[in-house]
Design a binder for this molecule. Sequence first.
Ligand code: NAP
Length: 330
Amino acid sequence: MDTPIKLGIIGCGIAARDLHLPALQKLKHKFEIVMVCNHTEPKARAFAELVGGVPYVLDYHELLQQKDVEAVDIVLPIHLNYQVTKDALEADKHVLVEKPLAANLTEASAMLEFEDRYQRVMMVAENFRYRETFHRLKSRLQSGEIGAPYSVFWNVFHLVDSSNKYAQTRWRIHHQYPGGFITDGGVHNIAALRYLFGEFIAGNAFTRSINPEIGKLDTLSFQFKTEQHVNGVFNVFFSSNGYSENRVIILGDRGSFLIEDNTILWQRSGLPDQKEQIDDDGGYIEEFLDFYNGIRHQKMISSDFREAFRDLEIIIKALETADSGLSVRF
Ligand code: NAP
């Protein structure tokens, strides 16, 4: 039997505690957390205790020097992804780094060269690539249930204000990357849209800032077209005070899907609606399993740096069209 991967976690904040740790606790036969790191001691200590009393360090270089750490899970402010990933690969560790790949396209493209330079598994924790809802949806689209899909609308209307846990992280409010919350959250939706409808080929966007308390931008309306002849609009309004929704509408020439709360509603004119509730835990367990299989069984991972680069490139270029007033070909 394969031994568990000895894992070091760098960054002991919200995502490490609320998203990664619960998945890792279900995968104890695959991963053993051997050390954690946070640059501020109270958070490092509290997380180390939560993990079960593992050692902690305040400087990630110290964690990277540990011979028994085989792989690292980087869960840091986005602007640190490039340097810490590079240092981890230099130290011969396999890397799982949280999305978005990097803080800008210059650093993200430099990271694309890592694959040739380092013989380690490198993966981006884009959990939407592993969500069962999108796997089910893709297979239902491929089986032709709604005929040829021609349009998709994804609305994320939600208020993010200073009471939101993510808006309490200083690095998000004083973001050192374009788009703030829009980029941070929007890469997820772009990843899912690309998975379902193929590469984006053109688009243009409008942006607004309604609540400057949460950074420079909170509102994006992005119209696009994909290589599979699907036109779409992605609206992400973290400024929506009162009204709230997160739904995807897909129109095909023989029916439509409405996706909300991990439920797929299939509607066709003249026929009864059909509903499927998907067991979707957010994809975090599948994501770690993919990382594990990449390391232990040399399997191809789904969420490589190339995919994450493309997600980031699309959202950043969409934001640029809002500034320039010109549409973009991707
Ligand atoms: P967070 O709560 O601020 O966590 C980041 C942690 O890193 C903090 O505990 C911070 O400590 C620590 N840190 C900062 N600089 C450090 C350094 N140089 N060395 C060691 N530790 C350092 O942020 P988060 O919400 O967890 O987000 C972290 C990452 O996860 C981001 O990439 C984000 O996009 C991603 N994320 C993904 C999802 C998802 O669903 N996939 C959801 C949320 C977040 P201090 O707070 O003490 O400065």
